[in-house]
Write a protein that binds this ligand. Structure first.
Ligand SMILES: Cc1cc2nc3c(=O)[nH]c(=O)nc-3n(C[C@H](O)[C@H](O)[C@H](O)COP(=O)(O)O)c2cc1C
Length: 168
């Protein structure tokens, strides 16, 4: 798919068919994650592609919504702020690093014809317990992946001029 078509086709999908995600698609999404830029190239995260049905159900059970449980594949991002770049004024790059890598994942998923949806509305303490993640590491985000069973919500955005300025 052409790059801008991928950008246009990526929407949050909240209903999934049970068909499994092919291994080759997972491999290409994983490659996209590993290609993401991070501050000082530290890559302070692990993207866990959860295929195991029992573990998937347990992690999906940490979400506020029920739709992540429908997906045949669940991505859980574990990050460690201690392993991220820190600026002298206290800024820690971990959230930015995770955000960029997750966007690589969801765009790669879109290129594969897969639906995805960033999930931050989940019980992070419970997810850490389920995934055996100990502090300072934490579960930063979840993302169900699978073939869409229903179209996305209508596309709504601010006027472009409200979020983009060109300064000559
Ligand atoms: C950081 C982040 C967290 C999000 N968390 C959730 C969530 O917990 N549940 C959900 O249904 N959608 C979640 N979303 C999806 C947004 O609602 C969605 O991206 C936004 O409404 C724009 O729609 P679109 O992705 O279809 O273009 C999240 C998106 C981002 C970037």
């Amino acid at each position: 798919m052409e790059f801008y078509d991928v950008i246009r086709s990526r929407r949050s999908i909240r209903s999934f068919r049970p068909d499994p995600v092919p291994d080759e698609a997972i491999a290409r999404i994983a490659e996209a994650v590993n290609a993401a830029p991070t501050a000082c190239n530290l890559q302070p995260f692990v993207f866990k592609f959860i295929r195991n049905a029992e573990l998937r159900a347990a992690v999906a059970g940490c979400c506020r919504s029920s739709f992540p449980a429908e997906a045949p594949l669940l991505l859980a991002v574990v990050c460690d702020p201690e392993k991220a770049w820190k600026r002298g004024d206290g800024f820690n790059s971990v959230e930015v690093d995770v955000g960029i890598a997750m966007e690589h994942a969801v765009l790669a998923a879109a290129a594969e014809g897969l639906g995805s949806c960033w999930i931050c509305a989940f019980d992070a303490a419970r997810a850490a317990q389920v995934l055996k993640v100990a502090a300072p590491a934490r579960v930063a985000a979840l993302c169900p992946l699978g073939y869409p069973a229903a179209p996305p919500r209508p596309f709504v955005r601010k006027e472009q001029a409200q979020v983009v300025e060109v300064l000559d």
